[in-house]
Design a protein around this ligand. Sequence first.
Ligand code: AMP
Length: 283
Amino acid sequence: MPRSPLIARTLPALRRALEGLRARKATVALVPTMGALHDGHIALVRLAKRRASRVVVSIFVNPAQFAPNEDFGAYPRTWKADLAKLAAEGVDLVWNPDVKTMYPEGFATKILTEGPATTGLEDRFRPHFFGGVTTVVGKLFTQTRPDMAFFGEKDFQQLKVVTRIARDLDLGVKVTGAPTVRERDGLAMSSRNVYLSAEQRAAAPVLYRSLKDAARRLKAGDDIKATMKAAADAITEGGFALDYVEARHAESLAPVASLKDGPLRLLVAAKIGNTRLIDNVGV
Ligand code: AMP
């Protein structure tokens, strides 16, 4: 039987647990999650285990990054299964605060970022989103004081934003991104995939397929505008309502006019029924 991780739900419990973990100069890695863990999260945990001697996973469904009309209430919560998975990976500590612990009465502070958080991608369609992410990630970093933290490339803009806050606030955390883990048919794993009906699930791989096709065309020298238009058409014909599908600079996320402006990243966000999915690939 794998040993169950320590579980902390209050700040004093977290502090005590971290003091124990930090003994003998251990290096501590943090993997922030909202739970409903899948193989994408587990890949981050495994990478963290390889790089650090102690691994902390946070599970907190962060209300601040959901708009009132979004799925905070419906977001899948699978605590028992999550804990079993983390035990099997040999995770040392699970930080699982409740909303009142994270945002006590009167909470009035927000971390606001520019740069990658204002590039007209997720921020354009979910204007509340990055304020919520940066504030909670800033808090998770100061609460756990990790030496390193791991985030998925699946949320590519988010990865750039949290890398920025770690640097800008001198938090001493090395942020590392990890490649997107996919289902066999290419669909990026996501806690939200459980919302998909069988029909929607069958349609969903069109996102990745269209991005890969576009990447191939761009590498072969095709025009960016025409290529991205073809990707948009394929995604729409596949049953999605598109928020955006764009070619951007892979570091700055600035718009690009040609492959020479690269390295490029192709990013998509689209809705099928009520479910909004995102994905991205490198070129
Ligand atoms: P979430 O629980 O959705 O907030 O995600 C927690 C972390 O897991 C974030 O850093 C995500 O980017 C990462 N993540 C989510 N899905 C995947 C995936 N399919 N592959 C790799 N990382 C992922």
